[in-house]
Structures are given as structure tokens and as C-alpha cells.
Design a protein around this ligand. Structure first.
Ligand code: AVJ
Length: 323
């Protein structure tokens, strides 16, 4: 099989470095402190996230897979797509179901996975190029909040944003993202969105605070990334993993809580950051949705919902929308 793929990289070393510097300086100088979740995903972080998707407590991946298994053919038929663009593709584990459905419909032309982690992106692209020898695989290393306008525009595209990653954006950023995405789509293109649904708080918290501690390791990984890339001296083990559900905002928050007073040097920034015992850094929000709210947010950005599927347990939803 011809498995030559070339990654188009919008996140060269300089860009990555500048973005990380900016985010760490801004987030750790703020009160309360915060860090954006995209920095979880270096190679080790992507691997930890893969392990999370197989945990008994972490239901979203399993539920989304179940919906895709049942509905991929429907979605592909309703979309009319011949090209799949996947934002935040990671290991592309769920993608095979959509690609199989496109192939079965005789309309499989091109696949563009888009991810911030170049290593995971290239490995996934090679794997799929090997599995689908006639597929044009065009991986793009990019930040879906910044580089939407740079994605390939050929073919009749289905832009997929799966896994509930939309929940990492706060409502205002979500509105901007959806509008920008809408602006890059043309008639005939579609948007496939996976979103986690509001449910029992106990199950939500368990999904983000698993018994095996994999999510805790994933959360602390952002400190390892900062240590390595910005010459910092965080002691990740001195931070406790915290997952709380904010019932008013309807989102999960992950935090890292300092277990003692600390002064951390970030030499790459020429910065020292102090932590008080018990002080928390917010590292992620993962918003949960209600079907009607999602429809309204999509409508506000100029999307019409054409298909909407939910797993039998009502845990997760997949929505196909048109511009
Ligand atoms: C990859 C963003 C969908 O929010 O559920 C998993 C990331 N964080 N466990 C999510 C995550 C903690 C995940 N997304």
C-alpha cells in the first residue's frame, strides 16, 4: 500500500513556542490561575488520553462509537460528502467508521485530520493511508481555534468535530469558533458535531476522576510539558488532581491543586510563579450540553440541524448540521 503522507504544519517550532509562552505567562499570572487544555497533548499526553478513552468510567468515547456504528451510513448519505476533515483528530480511532461508510457509498476521496500533536497526527495519518490505499490523506497540524481558514477547501466536505471537544471552549469562544467554522463552509458542506450531554453529577465526576488515576496523570502532564518546553521546575506530584462539576455552568472543571506552598521557576519565561498550599490552577473545562441548547448555539452561528442522534442511554449526541 502507498502510505506516504506529508503533514502540513501550521504549528512550527516558533509558533508553538510563542503560543505556549503566551498562554503560560497569561494563565499563570492571572488570578485565579489557569492553563488552556490544548497543552495536555504532547505525545505522552495523547497516549494518556487514549488510555482515558478505554477507562470504565469514561463513557463518551464508547457512546459516540456506538452512535457512529449505528448511524455512520445515515450520516454519510445525508451529508453527500466525499471528503472528511476532522478537527482534533487525535488517534483517529473513530474515524474508520466514517471512512468505511464513505467507501461503502462509493464517495471516499480525501481525509484531512487536524490536530495540535504532530507525532500522533502523523502516526494516525499513516495508519489510515495504509488501510485505505485510494484515500488522499492530507494531515494538517494546526490549532482549530486559529487555523480554520487554512484548511483544504476542495471536495464536498464533512467537517467532523467529535468526542465532545467543543466542550473545552467557553461559551463565548464556542460562539466565535462556530461562526468562523460556518464562514469557511460552502453550500453542500456539512458539520458533524459530537457533544457530551448533561447527566447525573456522580457519573460526570467519575468520568473525570477515574479510580486508576489516569486522568490525574493526564492533568499533571501539562506541568511536564511546561517543564520540558519552557525549562520550568514544577514538581507535578506536588499537585493534586481535582475534578468538579459546576451545576450552574453545566461543565466539568479540572484543576491542579498545590499541596504545599511553592515557588516555581519558569526559566524559559524568565518568570517565577508562587503557589499557596491549596491554590488551584484551572486546566480544563468540559462543557455538557442539552440538545435544545446545542441547536440554539448552532442556529446562532448560522447552522441548521439536519440529523440528530443520541445513544440509547442518552449520554452523548451526534449532530449533523448544514451551513
Ligand atoms: C478530548 C476534550 C473530549 O473533555 O472529555 C478527558 C478531554 N479531559 N478527560 C473531554 C478529557 C479529561 C476530553 N476531550
Amino acid at each position: 500500500s502507498q502510505s506516504t503522507v506529508r503533514v502540513i504544519n501550521h504549528l512550527d517550532r516558533d509558533y508553538l513556542r510563542q503560543a505556549l509562552e503566551h498562554d503560560v505567562r497569561t494563565g499563570l499570572s492571572a488570578s485565579p490561575k489557569w492553563l488552556p487544555p490544548k497543552w495536555f497533548y504532547d505525545e505522552a499526553g495523547s497516549e494518556l488520553f487514549s488510555r482515558i478513552t478505554r477507562l470504565p468510567e469514561y463513557y463518551p468515547t464508547r457512546r459516540e462509537l456506538a452512535i457512529l456504528r449505528a448511524r455512520a451510513a445515515d450520516l454519510v448519505a445525508a451529508s453527500g460528502a466525499d471528503t472528511l476533515v476532522e478537527l482534533g483528530s487525535g488517534t483517529s480511532e473513530k474515524t474508520v467508521l466514517l471512512l468505511d461508510a464513505l467507501a461503502a457509498a462509493g464517495r471516499l476521496r480525501a481525509y484531512t485530520p487536524v490536530d495540535v500533536d504532530a507525532v500522533t497526527l502523523e502516526a494516525a495519518a499513516r495508519r489510515l493511508a495504509g488501510r485505505f490505499p485510494h484515500l488522499a490523506v492530507q494531515p494538517v497540524c494546526a490549532d482549530f481555534e486559529r487555523h480554520l481558514a487554512l484548511l483544504p477547501r476542495t471536495g464536498r466536505r464533512m467537517v467532523a468535530f467529535l468526542g465532545g471537544t467543543i466542550g473545552n471552549l467557553e461559551p463565548a469562544a464556542r460562539a466565535v469558533f462556530l461562526k468562523e467554522l460556518r464562514a469557511t463552509l460552502r453550500p453542500g458542506d456539512t458539520f458533524l458535531l459530537g457533544a457530551d450531554l448533561v447527566k447525573d453529577t456522580g457519573r460526570l465526576v467519575a468520568a473525570y476522576d477515574d479510580a486508576a488515576g489516569v486522568t490525574a496523570a493526564f492533568n499533571r502532564n501539562v506541568l511536564r510539558v511546561i517543564n520540558r518546553d519552557l525549562a520550568a521546575d514544577f514538581d507535578p506530584e506536588a499537585f493534586e488532581h481535582v475534578a468538579v462539576y459546576d451545576e450552574r455552568q453545566e461543565w466539568i472543571e479540572m484543576r491542579l491543586r498545590a499541596t504545599r506552598d511553592m515557588r516555581v521557576r519558569i526559566d524559559g519565561l524568565g518568570l517565577a510563579v508562587s503557589f499557596e498550599e491549596g491554590e488551584e490552577v484551572r486546566t480544563e473545562i468540559s462543557a455538557k450540553f442539552r440538545p435544545e441548547g446545542l441547536r440554539e448555539e448552532l442556529a446562532a452561528a448560522g447552522f441548521d440541524v439536519r440529523r440528530r442522534f443520541t445513544d440509547p442511554e442518552g449520554d452523548f449526541t451526534l449532530v449533523l448540521a448544514t451551513p
